[in-house]
Design a protein around this ligand. Structure first.
Ligand code: AMP
Ligand code: ZN
Ligand code: FE
Ligand code: FE
Length: 287
């Protein structure tokens, strides 16, 4: 069996429910050779103790992040791999991103309040010792807990999804800035889960941004939908990454390791500079 690496999952430092150590334990349990924890807008999961823990468990750990960006008024997630998680200017950039996120969350809560849905910071299911990134899934969970909606999807569909009545875009950084910040911190910038976008002029413009890679393999996406993106990535000489987007019990239908890539992708992500990669996909695509 080839070595499998899941390059997209979330810990409780953003909107996952597992601790970083528990993600490593779970990775081992499901037979992964390695993983990248890609929390939204934070690298808080990473420290030397975590790398020591991963090494003891025999699990390879690649530094990762998922930045919330915007391109032409549409939300785009940019994955960053192999960044220096101690890089000062990157950490400063993240502080600004986190402040803007807090402002955006407050505006969402205000809009909910205007509709008699009363949620505040004390309703979020977080403990003091975690430096949290609060996101829409936390708001949705609080709405379920207080009985305003019956499940996560209802909260998103009725109130929180992009362009719903209580959605606020907030002051997100542009895709260009996200890519640049990742690359300046020594990382590779990868367009996350492009499968959700329809063919359009918007997507053609997005694909002209200087990404190093694209997330071709994603969660439980149908292989036929993945292949299109694997091919687009390979045509551009991009690194084709993949991962589950595991969030723990917030999205119980997604298991860690349900999507993965091989070792050659790790090597490409670790390489210095804009090195293109033309192999390593799980599916053979004719050029
Ligand atoms: P935020 O970063 O606070 O804008 O929240 C983004 C997260 O919300 C994503 O990573 C998903 O986990 C979740 N999310 C976004 N849109 C939807 C949707 N339509 N249905 C369910 N979950 C969603
Ligand atoms: Zn998430
Ligand atoms: Fe995402
Ligand atoms: Fe994600």
């Amino acid at each position: 069996m080839s070595e499998r690496y899941d390059l997209h999952c979330h810990s409780f430092f953003s909107d996952g429910t597992f601790s970083p150590k528990d993600l490593i334990v779970e990775a081992k349990r499901v037979g992964l050779k390695g993983l990248s924890i890609t929390d939204h807008d934070t690298v808080c999961a990473y420290n030397e103790a975590l790398f020591d823990f991963a090494e003891k468990k025999g699990v390879y750990l690649l530094v990762g992040i998922e930045l919330s960006c915007v391109f032409d008024h549409k939300s785009v997630h940019v994955l960053g791999y192999g960044i220096d998680y101690k890089n000062e200017s990157f950490l400063k950039y993240l502080q600004v991103v986190q402040r803007n996120r807090k402002k955006r969350n407050d505006q969402i809560l205000q809009k909910l309040h205007d509709r008699k849905i009363k949620i505040d910071d004390s309703d979020f299911d977080v403990s003091e010792d975690r430096s949290f990134i609060i996101g829409r899934p936390h708001i949705a969970a609080a709405m379920i807990k207080k009985g305003y909606v019956s499940n996560m999807q209802e909260a998103f569909d009725l109130y929180l999804k992009d362009r719903a009545c209580c959605y606020v875009e907030g002051n997100k950084s542009s895709v260009y800035e996200g890519i640049e910040q990742i690359q300046l911190a020594g990382g590779k910038a990868v367009l996350a889960h492009p499968h959700f976008y329809q063919k359009s002029i918007w997507i053609s413009k997005l694909l002209s941004c200087p990404f190093d890679g694209v997330e071709g393999y994603y969660g439980k996406m149908l292989p036929i939908r993945e292949q299109k993106w694997v091919q687009i990535g390979m045509e551009r000489g991009w690194i084709v990454t993949g991962g589950s987007d595991f969030h723990g019990s917030i999205k119980p239908h997604i298991q860690l390791g349900c999507s993965w890539v091989g070792k050659e992708i790790i090597k490409a992500l670790e390489s210095k500079g804009k090195k293109a990669l033309d192999s390593g996909s799980k599916t053979d695509i004719e050029e």
